[in-house]
Design a protein around this ligand. Structure first.
Ligand code: ADP
Ligand code: MG
Length: 352
């Protein structure tokens, strides 16, 4: 397998140095020169939303586009971060009710839609559970069963009161919300819109390994995005060849702690209040809609392979997925079966 995939922050660099000039025939060379891709791409690494990010844009407005993207990330981070007390979401959580600005309102409305669509597997009201497990401040602990039971009483988006005329969200008793499960997908989607505004035809972002590609590579080839090996983040288990879409992964290996030989990760099953234990070790969603891709990567991870496949059959026009089970076996939905390559054999989930 060629090692020119992109997965995390560092491997994006590899891609840029490894294949930026890869015009292999005359047609490609001609197309390349038309697209001014003899210029070096503008690439910037930043730390935001608690993770490493890389923004890359090719072409003449690359610099301006990357500047705008960085500002947008900072703006959304300041709005959405549960880690800073004066973000809009922290103020909502403290006050119990708030009239939300446009982006937060859009995110809440999408979160509620994904919550309903996934039968509650994605739920922004898991935040108090995230706190109880110590994922919000790295004071990791296993909460007692009674603590979890008490918190579960207040878990559920059906206890939220959302007025979409006034964009006012009112939390139920004991509730707090966290948009972290869709914030990065929404952000990468916003950056793709900015790339359009700046006339950037070729670019990509990696927000902590959540990749969103714009157009094609400057030489007209598809982008190659690696799907990380859940067992070893240095390796990829396969590569997706894609254009214009988000490739977003949720995995138990991304954030976790160990206690008495058991691993506890940061994706909470809202029905149990515990880290989801569905038999999957990662879910990668491919979709043109970054917000949906992010929300579904979390939701399908909670659902497990069978329900995830069933969910896909009902929504095959909206997304595709790569599922990696705890035993390492890979399943890929039919829509991206040809776009996915791996040294390992994989099962194809068919429409039936
Ligand atoms: P990451 O943020 O590491 O990319 P995910 O997109 O899978 O990972 O989202 C996990 C984050 O979403 C958690 O850190 C937490 O803030 C929140 N979260 C955890 N479980 C759920 C859930 N079932 N529904 C919605 N959000 C969740
Ligand atoms: Mg997610």
């Amino acid at each position: 397998m060629r090692k020119d995939w992109i997965a995390g922050a560092l491997t994006v660099c590899l891609l840029l140095t490894g294949c930026g000039t890869g015009a292999e025939n005359t047609a490609e060379a001609a197309r390349s020169s038309m697209q001014t891709n003899t210029e070096e791409p503008v690439s910037r690494e930043i730390f935001a939303m608690d993770t490493y990010m890389i923004i890359t844009a090719y072409g003449e407005n690359g610099q301006e586009a990357v500047d705008a993207a960085e500002q947008e990330i900072d703006r959304l981070d300041a709005l959405l971060s549960t880690g800073s007390a004066d973000s809009e979401i922290s103020r909502l959580n403290a006050a119990g009710t708030a009239q939300l600005s446009e982006d937060s309102a859009e995110l809440v409305s999408r979160a509620l839609e994904i919550n309903r669509g996934t039968g509650g597997a994605f739920d922004i009201t898991v935040y108090p559970l995230m706190q109880a497990w110590g994922f919000t401040d790295e004071a990791y602990q296993v909460p007692s069963d009674s603590t979890i039971a008490a918190l579960l009483e207040h878990t559920g988006s059906d206890q939220l009161d959302w007025d979409d005329d006034s964009n006012t969200l009112t939390l139920g008793d004991g509730q707090a919300v966290d948009l972290g499960g869709i914030a990065k997908g929404y952000t990468s989607g916003r950056i793709m819109e900015l790339f359009d505004e700046y006339g950037v035809q070729s670019g990509l972002v990696s927000l902590g390994g959540n990749v969103h590609v714009h157009g094609t590579k400057p030489d007209g080839d598809k982008w190659r995005v690696g799907v990380q090996d859940p067992e070893n983040s240095e390796n990829v288990v396969g590569v997706l060849e894609v254009t214009d879409c988000a490739v977003i992964t949720s995995g138990g290996y991304e954030r976790y702690f160990e206690q008495n030989g058991t691993t506890y990760h940061h994706i909470i099953d809202p029905s149990t209040g515990k880290p989801a234990d569905s038999g999957l070790s990662s879910v990668t969603i491919v979709s043109a809609d970054g917000t949906l891709a992010d929300g579904l990567s979390t939701a399908l991870f909670v659902m497990g392979a069978d329900k995830a496949a069933e969910y896909w059959r009902q929504h095959a026009d909206e997304f595709d997925a790569v599922l990696i089970a705890d035993d390492g076996s890979i399943s890929v939905t039919e829509g991206i079966a040809d776009a996915f390559s791996s040294d390992q054999s994989f099962e194809i989930i068919s429409r039936k």
